[in-house]
Design a protein around this ligand. Structure first.
Ligand SMILES: C[S@@+](CC[C@H](N)C(=O)[O-])C[C@H]1O[C@@H](n2cnc3c(N)ncnc32)[C@H](O)[C@@H]1O
Length: 232
């Protein structure tokens, strides 16, 4: 398909820069409780030592590394080689050798249909424009086993008072992390592809998912716990 979106080109924040990779975890600590996020993901994608999971846009590897302790195999995917090297170094230090780090993205990876128990997509789907988000969700649906789980967390714009929610979040990020985090958030909305909640939910449903829970923090940080229906 020669019109396939070029997902290997970084949009907005350049996560292929070594400097951005090194500052990623400390700067995110200013506005996220990553342990809490991982615990929430794990309450949905329950530990299963006989199963495989896929972490798309794994970044510095926090989710992959945690899930590798209770799963047979983790496929950790990212389009940024420095992110993958950084995450790999972290997991080597912990002697975790069941993570396959793959240079790839939402639209390119190849895994067999009905083979994956759970998929994690945290703060990465917004790098694709909406048409390609829908395609990415279709692909995730295909590779999940029946009753497989998707944990989707991202910056998503509320249907009501969207401009105010965006401005409030930018201001809040400035209070939490000074100019760096404020700029980071500005770039997010100016150059990346966060979409509306109603579009995200419609895309999930059209892909075939059952949305079991939606939660919101800071007006624009949304988590969707989704399931591929079991075969009856
Ligand atoms: C904001 S970071 C999120 C990292 C991690 N999942 C987290 O929750 O902290 C976004 C990551 O998505 C990656 N990314 C961007 N576009 C992607 C794509 N099309 N497929 C896979 N990963 C992508 C970036 O390289 C970056 O490492």
């Amino acid at each position: 398909m020669d019109w396939l979106y070029n997902e290997f080109k970084q949009t907005g924040k350049d996560y292929a820069s070594q400097e951005e990779v090194e500052i990623y975890d400390p700067s995110h600590d200013d506005f996220r409780n990553i342990r809490q996020e991982i615990a929430y993901a794990e309450s949905w994608i329950l530990p299963n030592p006989n199963a495989s999971i896929l972490d798309i846009g794994c970044g510095t590897g926090n989710f992959s590394i945690h899930f590798a302790k209770s799963f047979q195999k983790v496929y950790a995917l990212d389009i940024s080689p420095p992110m993958l090297s950084f995450a790999r170094a972290k997991s080597n230090l912990l002697n975790l050798h069941n993570i396959d780090y793959i240079h790839g993205g939402y639209l390119n990876y190849k895994l067999p249909d009905n083979s994956i128990y759970g998929v994690i997509s945290s703060l990465s789907l917004h790098h694709l424009p909406d048409f390609w988000k829908a395609k990415a969700l279709d692909r995730i649906f295909l590779i999940l086993k029946p009753a497989g789980k998707l944990y989707l967390h991202d910056v998503v714009i509320p249907n009501e008072f969207p401009e105010k929610a965006i401005q409030d979040f930018i201001d809040l990020q400035g209070e939490r992390g000074g100019n760096f985090l404020r700029e980071d958030t500005l770039i997010h909305f100016k150059e990346e592809f966060s979409t509306f909640d109603w579009i995200m939910q419609t895309m999930l449903i059209n892909a075939g998912f059952h949305i079991q829970e939606v939660s919101t923090r800071d007006k624009v940080l949304k988590t969707y716990l989704c399931e591929k229906p079991p075969i009856i």
